[in-house]
Design a protein around this ligand. Sequence first.
Ligand code: HEC
Ligand code: HEC
Ligand code: HEC
Ligand code: HEC
Ligand code: HEC
Length: 392
Amino acid sequence: MKLARSPLALAVLLACGESGQPPQKKDPAPRVDPVAPQQAVAEVRSAVRCEECHEPYVRGWEASAHAQAAASPYYRALGGGDDPRCDRCHQPLRAALDRDEPIHEEGVTCDACHAIRDVKLDAGVAAIDFDLTSNRKYGPLCDARDHYFHRVGCSSLHAESRFCAACHTLAWPTQAGPKLPVITDFDEWQANDLNSSSCQECHMAGEPGEVARGWITRENVSRHDLFGNDLELRRIGVGLRATLSPEEDALWLDVEVTNLAAAHSIPAGLAGRRLVLLVRALDPEGAELGREERSYARILVDGEGQEAPFIRAIRVESDSRLAPGERRHERFKVPAAAASASVEVLRRGVAPAVAEALGITPAADSQVAAVDVAIERKDRRYSGSGRRPRSP
Ligand code: HEC
Ligand code: HEC
Ligand code: HEC
Ligand code: HEC
Ligand code: HEC
C-alpha cells in the first residue's frame, strides 16, 4: 500500500474545502517513528479487522450512514464514486491512497476517522490532517496502551464538534453567484445556545463497558450508529401536539411541531431532506376522508426553478427548517364526518420528483413522531387532543 503522492511522506495533508486546492499550511514536522522513510507505507485496514476486539463498534458503524457513504444509490446517481470532488468526505481513504485500494469502498470507515490527527477550519472550509503511516488509532482515550495490532493516539479532537465539521460542512460553488449552503449542521451548532453539548454527546453517547474485548471496563463505549437504539434520537428530537379547536365555521385541528432536542436546524444534513407533517382525517371505520401535508426543508432549485440536487442547483428557493427550540404552528380544517385524525411527522430523505429524475427508488418515509386525536361530537362538544407519541 503505497501513498499516492510521495512514498517518503509521513503525513498526508488533504484539503477538505470546495476548491480542492491544498491548504496553505506546511506539513507538520515528521514524527519520530520507528519506520524507515522508504518503508513508510500506509497502514490502513478494513473494518472487518477491528471486529475481533471491537465487535459492538463494528455493528454500530455498519448500521450507520457512514458505512453507506460510498455505496448509497443516491450518491452514485449523482456521480459519486467517479467524481473526485466527492471522495474527500465520502471515500476519504481513496483521496489519500492509491485509487485501486479496495478499502475506499467502505466509505467513511473506521480507519478514515481514527487516522485523523487534526482538523483545521478556515472560513467554512475544512482541511483534514491524516496520519496514515504510523498504525496509530487516534481516539479520546489517553491512558490506553499500544499493543501488537495497533498503536493508540490520545486525541481530544475526537470528542469535539470540530472533528465532525471536517465533513459536515459543505458549501457548493455555482457558476454565477454565491456558494450554495448544502450542509450547515456545524455552523448552526456553533451559532446556537444549546451548543454546550458536542455532536458526539448527542449522536454517540454510549454506556459503560469494554472498549476492547477482555480489556478493562470503561465509562463510555461510544455508540457508532449515530441515532441510538431504534433511532431513539430521531424520535425524541421532534415534539408533536395536536388540539381540536371548534369554531363557528368549522372544526379545526391545531398542530404544533417543535425542534425539541437538536442543536441544529431540523431536518439536518443535506439540503432537500424533509420533515413532513401528514394529517389524515378518518371516518368511524378508519377509512381516510382526506389528507394534507406540510413540509419543512431547505430546497435548492436549478435554472428552470425545479427542485434539484446540489450539484445541479443554482440557488436556494426556500428554507423552512425548524431552528433549535423553534415551535411551528399549523392549522387543518377537519371534515364534518371525521371521527378521528391521525397526525404524523415523517422523515423523507429525497423528494420523489428528484428521485424519479435520477432513476432511483427512494427509501420509504420513516416515522419520527405520531399522535391520534379522537373526535367526540356529543352535544356539539368536541374533545380530544394528543401529545404523546404513539409507538411507530
Ligand atoms: C465518523 C467517524 C468515525 C468512524 C467511521 C468510526 N469512529 Fe470510532 N470514534 C469516533 C469518535 C468521534 C470517537 C470518540 C467519541 C466520543 O468521544 O464520545 C470514537 C471512539 C472510538 C473508540 C474509543 C473508545 C470510545 O468508545 O470512545 C474506539 C475503540 C472506536 N471508536 C472504534 C471504532 C471502530 C472499530 C470503527 C469501525 C467499525 C469506528 N470506530 C468508526 C469516530 C468514528
Ligand atoms: C487485537 C485486538 C484489537 C484489534 C484487532 C483492534 N483493536 Fe483497537 N484497541 C485494542 C485495545 C486493547 C485498545 C485499548 C482499550 C482500552 O484501553 O480500554 C484499543 C483501542 C482503540 C482505540 C482507542 C484509541 C484512543 O487512544 O482513544 C481506537 C480508536 C481503536 N482501538 C481503533 C481500532 C480500529 C479502527 C481497529 C481496526 C482497524 C482496531 N482498533 C483493531 C485492541 C484491538
Ligand atoms: C470523513 C468524513 C466524515 C466525518 C469525519 C464525519 N462524518 Fe458523518 N457523514 C459523512 C458522510 C459522507 C455521510 C453520508 C453518508 C451517506 O448517507 O451516504 C455522513 C452521515 C452522517 C449522519 C447520518 C445522516 C443520515 O441521514 O442518516 C450523521 C448523524 C452523522 N454523519 C454524524 C456525524 C458525527 C456526529 C460526526 C462526528 C463525530 C461525523 N458524522 C463525522 C461523513 C463524515
Ligand atoms: C443537543 C443534541 C444534538 C447535538 C449537539 C447535535 N445533534 Fe445532530 N441531531 C440531533 C437530533 C435530535 C437529530 C434528529 C432530528 C430529526 O430526526 O430530524 C439530529 C439529526 C442529525 C443529522 C441527521 C440528518 C438527517 O438526515 O435527518 C445529522 C447529519 C446531524 N444531526 C449532524 C450533527 C452534527 C454534525 C452535529 C455537531 C455539529 C450535531 N448533529 C449535533 C441532536 C443533536
Ligand atoms: C465536505 C464534505 C462533503 C463533500 C465534498 C461531499 N459530500 Fe455528500 N455528504 C456529506 C455529508 C456529511 C453527508 C451526510 C448528510 C446527510 O445525511 O444528510 C452527505 C450526504 C450526501 C448524500 C445523501 C446520501 C443518501 O443516501 O441519502 C448524497 C447523495 C451526497 N452526499 C452526494 C455527494 C456528491 C455527489 C458529492 C460530490 C459531487 C458529495 N456528496 C460531496 C459530505 C460531503
